[in-house]
Structure formats: structure tokens, C-alpha cells
Design a protein around this ligand. Structure first.
Ligand code: IFM
Length: 447
């Protein structure tokens, strides 16, 4: 492939999240999160896998940062574990903060710019016991936590991401039951989605009040939805699926209102006027500095009246164009998504805060991990991002998900998204071909 040249200040990065890599769940004052509870509940994760040890990054962070430096990445997106920082309401755990200070020191030493996600799903169990995101009080607990991070780490982190993928927090956690806390109740899910967005707004306000040098934004998991046929019924189905995945979050953030069609669709579960209080939407739409986009796939949908909630059916993608998650590989839709965001929603800078793929990697006899599918996947998606930039698109960085294999939530350790292979019994890190490909892409810039 001809080497693509990105703008000189483009942030090539890698991303991870606390519960997926840190382990050390009972160390230095960390308290349980609802993911500890969920993963320890029989039947909730693949083979009962938990994040108890994960990649042991809590102890190996210095070597992991060294690995990032060898890769040549300019930026590292990680998340802070709320249960390490706030062991109970009103308390701040110094030892928890110290871990992230040490991590920031290490990044500094290697001139890697940090991007910190405040919430990547590890809700403290003490808050889950109070109703979690269904309880409007969660919004204030979150703002207090964010405020503590701004006070203690605010001078050292140039880019803050309030939430990772509110869709997953609310809909996978409280509606579909696939993530912690594992509830299946759309009344809860819709409420939770509003509270997550509201907490984002409060955190943005707290950040501005703190007058810090950095930037703040949110990361959404977005996809492109295509109708299976041009019939009005399938087109409408695609509109509903788009409302559910994308517009439900984008509209309040950028237009200060929930999409009317979705408010009507959710009405049998929740009357939004009983949930939304005056000023909520102006808080949610507080101006941000950037939008983070997690892109993995697109969906092709059709009208299916017997399906609950959305009445939408999904067309199976071709078997030779899927990742191990069953997600369609569709790089062109990354380009389409970015263009749509700038056309319909915002002129703010965009970051791809996650993109990557799971494939069934194995260590070969030569001791290496050859992952040509992932290399192709990344080549094609970087090319789509490059096309967007070359047409004037404001894309400022790209974080590959993930630096290394890790705890893939309900799928446990069965799915490997890393560009670095983790041999869990020994915690050995082995470079996959995709890591070498990424290193070469970064090295070739400006040459
Ligand atoms: O592993 C997850 C991550 O935590 C959030 N975005 C999607 C990834 C792959 O499923």
C-alpha cells in the first residue's frame, strides 16, 4: 500500500479502558464496581471471566508505556477507574490518584499525550446499590467525581472524555442486559440514557468553571445504518435504527433536543417529559471542544413488525466480510459517518477514539502473531479517514482499539482486539504484525 501522509500534528494513538486491562481490583483502596459484581455472577460472562487480573496493567504500566513508545504513538487514551478514586461518597482516595499520576509521569517521559476517559463503565458498586444511572442522583455523584479529577489531574491531562459510549452504558446495561448491571427494562434504559447525558453536561460545566488549559468532549459509538431495500417500510426501519443508535445521543448534544420520532417510540416505556427537567437540555448541549467517535461497523436493516421496541430486523453480513464479533467490515462507512457528522451536526474537531477488530489470533511456530486480517482492516479504515481529511474534514486523531488484548466485557478473554497479543498465563506481550504495520505507518509520516 502507498503510505498515507497525515497532517503533521495528527494524533496517532492507541486506546484502552481501566476495567479491561488494570486488574488489581482490591488494591490501594479500590472498591468494587458493578462490573466486578456482574462478572462474578455465574452465566454473565464467557466462561465466568472477570477483570480481577486482566492484563495486570496496574503493575506493568511502565513496561506498557514503553511498548507504546516503541510503537511510536503520539497519544494514549485510557480511562480512570471511578472505584479507585471515590471509594465512598465524599471521599477521595489518594492512592488511586497516585496510580494515574505515575501513569502520567511515564507518558510524559516518553512524550505521549494522554487522553483520559472519565467513565468507561466501571460504576462503583456503592452507586449501583443506589440505583445506578437510573437514579437522577448519579448525575451529581458523577459531577463530583469528575470535579475531583479536574482538581487533582486537571493540569496534566490536555484532553478529557466525559463518557465512553453512553449507548452501551444505558441500552446494553439496563435495556438488553448484556452489560452490568444486567437489567432488561427499557423504562430504566431510557432514563439512564438521559442521566448519562446530563452528567456529561454537568461535567463540562465543572470543567469550564475550573478554568483548565485542556479540552473536553464525549465519545459516542456511532454507526451507519442502511435500509435493506428502498421500500418506504425499510427506509423507515433504517430511520428508527438510526434514531436508536445515533440520533438519540447526537441530537440532545448538538441540537439541545431529543428526536421527536424517538420520543414517540419510547413513549410506551417512558414519557420523556416526566424525566427531562427544565434546563437539562441546555446543560446537555453545553459547548464541547471535540467529538470522539468509536466506529466498528455498519448495519443493514429491514422492517420487522414482530421485533420488540424498534420493529427492526438485521440483515446478516457476508461471512467473508465480518470480524470475529460478527460485525461487518465496512471501511467506507467510516468515511460516510465522519462526513455526515460534519454535514449534519458539528464543525468541531473529530477524533476516532476507537477503531479496530477482533480476529482469532494465535501464536505461530515462529513465535510471532500473524494477523493479516487486522492489518487489512486497519489499512482500509485509515485510508477512509485519510480520504475524509484530504477533502477538508476536521479529523485530528485516530486511536486504535486496542493497544493490547484485554477483557472484552461479556465475551471475557475470548475476543482479542489488541495489536499486541497478551499471553494471559504469563502476561507476556507479543507484537502482532498489525503492531508492526502501525509502527511503520507512524514512522513513515513526514518522510
Ligand atoms: O472493548 C470495547 C470497548 O470497551 C468499547 N468500545 C468497543 C470495544 C470493542 O467491543
Amino acid at each position: 500500500m502507498k503510505t498515507l501522509q497525515f497532517p503533521p500534528d495528527f494524533l496517532f494513538g492507541v486506546a484502552t479502558a481501566a476495567y479491561q486491562i488494570e486488574g488489581a481490583v482490591a488494591e490501594d483502596g479500590r472498591v468494587p464496581s458493578h462490573w466486578d459484581t456482574f462478572s462474578h455472577t455465574p452465566g454473565k460472562t464467557w466462561q465466568g471471566d472477570t477483570g480481577d487480573v486482566a492484563c495486570d496493567h496496574y503493575h506493568r504500566y511502565a513496561d506498557d508505556v514503553k511498548m507504546m513508545a516503541e510503537l511510536g504513538v503520539k497519544s494514549y487514551r485510557f480511562s480512570v477507574a471511578w472505584p479507585r478514586i471515590i471509594p465512598e461518597p465524599g471521599q477521595v482516595n489518594q492512592k488511586g490518584l497516585d496510580f494515574y499520576r505515575r501513569l502520567l509521569d511515564e507518558l510524559d517521559r516518553h512524550q505521549i499525550t494522554p487522553a483520559a476517559t472519565i467513565y468507561h463503565w466501571d460504576l462503583p458498586q456503592w452507586l449501583a446499590d443506589r440505583g445506578g444511572w437510573v437514579n437522577r442522583d448519579a448525575v451529581h455523584y458523577f459531577a463530583d467525581y469528575a470535579d475531583a479529577l479536574f482538581r487533582h489531574l486537571g493540569q496534566r491531562v490536555p484532553r478529557w472524555i466525559t463518557h465512553n459510549e453512553p449507548w452501551c452504558t444505558a441500552f446494553l446495561g439496563y435495556g438488553l442486559g448484556e452489560h452490568a448491571p444486567g437489567h432488561r427494562d427499557w423504562r430504566e434504559a431510557v432514563r439512564a440514557s438521559h442521566h448519562v447525558l446530563l452528567s456529561h453536561g454537568l461535567a463540562v460545566r465543572a470543567f469550564r468553571a475550573a478554568n483548565l488549559p485542556g479540552e473536553i468532549g464525549i465519545t459516542l459509538n456511532l454507526n451507519v445504518v442502511d435500509a435493506a431495500t428502498p421500500t418506504p417500510r425499510d427506509q423507515e426501519a433504517a430511520r428508527r435504527a438510526d434514531g436508536f443508535s445515533n440520533r438519540w445521543f447526537l441530537d440532545p448534544l448538538f441540537r439541545g433536543q431529543y428526536p421527536e420520532d424517538m420520543v414517540r417510540l419510547f413513549a410506551p416505556w417512558v414519557a420523556m417529559d416526566t424525566v427531562v427537567e427544565p434546563d437539562d437540555l441546555s446543560l446537555i448541549s453545553s459547548p464541547m471542544d471535540f467529538l470522539g467517535v468509536n466506529y466498528y461497523s455498519r448495519s443493514v436493516v429491514y422492517d420487522k413488525p414482530e421485533e420488540r421496541l424498534l420493529q427492526v430486523g438485521h440483515v446478516e453480513p457476508p461471512k467473508d466480510q465480518i470480524t470475529e464479533m460478527g460485525w461487518e467490515i465496512h471501511p467506507e462507512s467510516l468515511y460516510r459517518l465522519l462526513t455526515r457528522l460534519q454535514r449534519e451536526y458539528t464543525a468541531l474537531p473529530l477524533y476516532i477514539t476507537e477503531n479496530g477488530a477482533a480476529f482469532p489470533d494465535q501464536v505461530s511456530e515462529d513465535g510471532a502473531v500473524h494477523d493479516p486480517d487486522r492489518v487489512r482492516f486497519l489499512e482500509q479504515h485509515f485510508a477512509a479517514a485519510h480520504r475524509f481529511i484530504s477533502e477538508g474534514g476536521q479529523l485530528k486523531g485516530y486511536y486504535v482499539w486496542s493497544l493490547m488484548d484485554n477483557f472484552e466485557w461479556a465475551f471475557g478473554y475470548s475476543k482479542r482486539f489488541g495489536i499486541i497479543y497478551v499471553d494471559y498465563p504469563t502476561q507476556r506481550r507479543i507484537w502482532k504484525d498489525s503492531a508492526r504495520w502501525y509502527q511503520a505507518l507512524i514512522r513513515s509520516q513526514g518522510s
